[in-house]
Design a binder for this molecule. Structure first.
Ligand code: SAH
Ligand code: SF4
Ligand code: F3S
Length: 443
């Protein structure tokens, strides 16, 4: 049997799809192109309207490109739309929400055996839904994600995630540590701990579970693990212990994604974010004091209901003051069932587009400054693979420095450097990455 997986959305979905691919593989399934697959899984995102629409157009297209395949829709749109998928897309035979990922491989086998069957898996679990351990059985890349929690309790006014991923449920720290140890044992050198709000890890479990700073410390002390990252952090829950971890833990990379969303206190309050711009600046200061080389990235939104030009100027100002090395930025989009969808004073499309353009222009300046600071420096790069623009030629490689910025470089010989840590001197700064050369032999 052959499978094909399409993935939209955040790293949580990427991580879920990776698990599905490996779980199917160890059950004897082979990966295949869309047209040749017996089963196609579409892992969806509904955080904004655009990615949701993409799902519908993909499903329409799949019906034509491979009419015989078992089609399964998973992820956040599946959780939101549920069995209504059957009506609009009769060729869809499986819908599964994020909590149901562990039972998908078995469901696909049942569907393949029984052409009359349809399965929907949309229930939320009371605790973190553990999965069969598949990682230790296959060769691993140098970098992996490890999920430490599911769901979110914050209900920011614009956000659909708490509805699609359910309440926050922290995974057992012993399971997290075991998975990390197994991954390191099979060759992984960098781990990113994943959750919608990792800084509140453990709080849903009270005394029974450790907090995030403790978890970080334990993961960072796994022998052989060179780099640890985590995402996403909510500013309201980033505490002194975690900031301190940046100063103390050697394996913890000097990089933090800390979504600001907006720079105006009035908008932050209407968003329900529970911090102020000054509070955010204080965090940035403390982080830079703990780790002067920290690379900061963020998420920003323009055109939240009632946002004025003045509010928006405060976002630009906050970007300057925080000095973000990079950011993801979005136009506010109404999501069904959220508080913001019912707020008056919606901002027009043209105004949103104009603000986004100005925001991104400023970000480009800030990014150029960040990348420019690497010019002439020697950085340690964890090699992810051959630089694809080089047509797979082994002489050119792509990886990341500790701050997470992309470094392309040429090697000294034709050895496969994937997974190695290599010292690279930066020669040239490009728009979204830098280019350099290996300084010595890899160590
Ligand atoms: N848990 C993460 C982010 C989840 S969604 C956090 O709290 O930071 C990723 C990003 O999508 C958000 O940070 C936000 O900037 C954006 N986003 C969420 N809902 C949105 C909406 N309705 N319209 C536009 N952007 C949205
Ligand atoms: Fe959405 Fe807010 Fe939860 Fe992030 S913290 S997932 S933005 S509700
Ligand atoms: Fe999208 Fe769901 Fe992630 S809505 S951003 S896939 S949590």
């Amino acid at each position: 049997m052959k499978y094909h997986i399409k993935t939209f959305g955040c790293q949580m979905n990427v991580c879920d799809s990776d698990w599905l691919a490996q779980a199917l593989y160890i059950r004897g399934w082979e990966p295949a192109a869309e047209e040749e697959a017996d089963a196609i899984l579409v892992n969806t995102c509904s955080v904004r309207e655009k990615p949701e629409q993409k799902v519908y157009s993909q499903l329409g297209r799949l019906k034509r490109s491979n009419p015989g395949a078992v089609v399964g829709v998973g992820g956040c749109v599946a959780q939101q739309v549920g069995e209504r998928f059957w009506e609009r897309f009769p060729h869809v035979r499986l819908v599964f929400g994020p909590d149901a990922v562990p039972s998908v491989p078995e469901s696909l086998e049942r569907l393949a055996a029984d052409p009359g069957l349809r399965i929907s898996l949309l229930d939320f679990c009371g605790s973190y839904p553990e999965r069969e351990r598949v990682w230790s059985l296959t060769q691993q890349p140098a970098q992996r994600f490890v999920t430490i929690m599911q769901g979110c309790d914050n209900f920011c006014a614009y956000c659909i995630v708490p509805f699609t991923r359910g309440r926050q449920r922290s995974r057992d720290s012993s399971e997290v540590l075991r998975e990390c140890q197994e991954l390191v044992g099979s060759g992984v050198r960098e781990i990113t701990l994943l959750g919608q709000n990792v800084n509140s890890y453990g709080r849903d479990r009270g005394e029974e579970e450790i907090g995030f700073a403790d978890l970080l410390e334990r993961v960072c002390s796994i022998p052989g693990l060179m780099r640890v990252r985590f995402t996403t952090s909510h500013p309201k829950d980033l505490d002194g212990e975690v900031i301190d971890a940046f100063a103390r833990l050697e394996a913890l990379c000097p990089a933090l994604h800390l979504p600001l969303q907006a720079g105006s206190d009035r908008i932050l309050q209407r968003m329900g974010r529970k911090y102020t711009r000054q509070g955010y600046f204080r965090l940035v200061e403390e982080l830079r004091a703990a780790r002067p080389d920290i690379v900061l990235s963020t998420d920003l939104m323009v055109g939240f209901p009632s946002e004025t030009e003045e509010d928006f100027q405060q976002t630009l100002d906050a970007m300057q003051r925080s000095g973000f090395d990079s950011s993801f930025s979005f136009k506010y989009s109404d999501r069904p069932g959220t508080r913001a969808a019912n707020m008056p004073d919606k901002v027009g499309e043209a105004v949103k587009a104009d603000r986004l353009e100005r925001l991104q222009a400023l970000q480009e300046e800030l990014t150029a400054r960040s990348l420019g600071s690497l010019q002439g420096e020697t950085v340690t790069v964890l090699v992810e693979g051959a630089d694809s623009r080089n047509n797979g030629s082994p002489a050119s490689w792509r990886g990341r420095e500790p701050g997470g910025r992309v470094v392309n470089f040429s090697g000294t010989d034709n050895r496969d450097l994937t997974g190695s840590l290599v010292p690279v001197r930066v020669r040239e700064v490009k728009k979204h990455s830098v280019y350099g050369e290996v300084v010595n032999e890899p160590w």
